[in-house]
Design a protein around this ligand. Structure first.
Ligand SMILES: *Cc1c(COP(=O)(O)O)cnc(C)c1O
Length: 421
């Protein structure tokens, strides 16, 4: 028995499935998760001392790679000055100023401790601001695990083979309507908000088709509904201005998370000064948090965002392009049918012949059942992809050309083995 098996056994006795977030349990790929002991840059090492080139990168929370020295220093310094006060701090102001200066149309934000809270609060804000209840979301888009948003939530839920979640009362989803991605929904005047991942990255990576986001914007305007961009993955990853700058479409409310915390727990929701004027204490929409705007997280966020110049985004995109092109060639050379969508630095992988444009297509690809074999073949060769077919890959700024070459070589070997059956 390996040390990972031993830890997994102990974990399963005290944590449901042995984990604190379901996908980590390897349920959809089988086998024993590697327990991470430490990480640096593009690498993680497990408790058994095995080294992996890591494309999970905390599902996108880490963009510079693990244990970035400037971020580690910033957190050390902040920790020495006290970790939470229940009073405002300078670094919250600086982080808010920074993100508002980067995202077109974003004027004010409120910080939370997770992306779930950010999306949940953005929905409450939209309902409070419009005086309407109905939420329209797209199948396969994940907005965290809030009751009203879990319906057809993509990766986290889909990897478990569940459509939604037990324990969500019908009343909680009575005002949630789920529609297919890449089809402009017809809204009515009861709609408070249309929520979307402007580039979907929780059903694999699915791009919005040309004109789709613009048409969603116009449909919201037609009925007076707010448009919510859930940029928890795309924010500060597609570029400084996230999917907003990338698409040129401005929503009314945003949710952020992952990258902005520099690897610590942070979320943020925001909007124009007018919309955010509804948030307490300015307005009647209540929202708060003991650890919100936490000094460790804001210090890490500032240390990471401070390094993200436009040049570094170009660099990240070229790393992602090398990965996507290399994987495409490796799989193609072995005769394995696959699509490798790449949107800026976001890379996806769908097995099968069909172009994936919505959740049904993504599910059909996952149902081919190729991913678990591919995943384990890569893991055996020291390459860590996410343990689920619906996740994106997250190359970081620490991934070198050599890391990518090793990954592509491994993919070639695994593809040849797959082809040989
Ligand atoms: C990860 C994610 C969330 C939830 O964020 P947590 O920090 O896990 O609560 C919400 N929306 C999107 C698009 C995400 O990818």
């Amino acid at each position: 028995m390996t040390i990972n098996d031993d830890l997994f056994g102990r974990a399963k006795a005290v944590l449901p499935g042995g984990v604190n977030s379901p996908v980590r349990a390897f349920l959809s790929v089988g086998g024993t998760p590697y327990f991470v002991a430490r990480a640096a840059g593009s690498r993680v090492w497990d408790e058994a001392g095995r080294e992996y080139i890591d494309f999970v990168q905390s599902y996108g929370a880490s963009i510079l790679g693990h244990a970035n020295p400037a971020a580690v220093d910033a957190v050390r310094t902040a920790a020495g000055n006290g970790t939470t006060f229940g009073a405002p701090t300078r670094s919250e102001v600086e982080l808010a100023e920074l993100v508002c200066s980067w995202v077109p149309g974003l004027e004010m934000v409120r910080m939370t401790s997770s992306g779930t809270e950010a999306a949940m609060s953005a929905i409450r804000l939209a309902r409070g601001a419009t005086g309407r209840d109905k939420v329209v979301k797209f199948a396969g888009c994940y907005h965290g695990h809030t009751d009203s948003l879990l319906a057809a939530g993509g990766s986290g839920v889909a990897n478990q083979g569940l459509v939604g979640s037990a324990g969500v009362p019908e009343a909680a989803v009575a005002d949630t309507v789920v529609v297919p991605y890449n089809v402009v929904p017809v809204l009515d005047e009861d709609t408070a908000v249309l929520a979307i991942e402007p580039v979907a990255a929780n059903m694999g990576v699915v791009a919005p088709e040309p004109g789709f986001l613009e048409a969603c914007r116009a449909e919201c305007d037609r009925v007076g509904a707010l448009l919510l961009f859930d940029e928890v993955i795309t924010g500060f990853r597609l570029g400084r201005g996230g999917a907003t700058a990338w698409s040129g479409v401005q929503p009314d409310v945003w949710a952020f998370g992952k990258v902005i915390g520099g690897g610590l727990p942070v979320g943020m929701f925001g909007g124009s000064r007018e919309v955010m004027g509804h948030v307490a204490p300015l307005g009647p929409v209540y929202q708060g948090g003991t650890l919100s705007g936490n000094p460790l997280a804001t210090a890490a966020g500032l240390a990471v965002l401070g390094q993200l110049t436009d040049d570094r985004y170009d660099e990240l995109i070229s790393i992602a392009t090398a990965l996507a092109d290399g994987l495409g060639e490796a799989l193609g050379a072995a005769g394995i049918a696959a699509q490798i969508p790449r949107i800026g630095p976001l890379v996806g992988l769908f097995f099968g012949e069909e172009i994936v444009r919505d959740y049904d297509d993504a599910k059909a690809s996952a149902d081919l059942g190729v991913y678990p074999t591919f995943f384990h073949g890569m893991l055996d060769r020291g390459i860590a992809f996410a343990p689920g077919a619906y996740e994106a890959m997250f190359p970081s700024l620490s991934h070198t050309a050599e890391d990518i070459a090793r990954t592509v070589d491994a993919a070639g070997e695994v593809a040849a083995a797959l082809a040989a059956g």
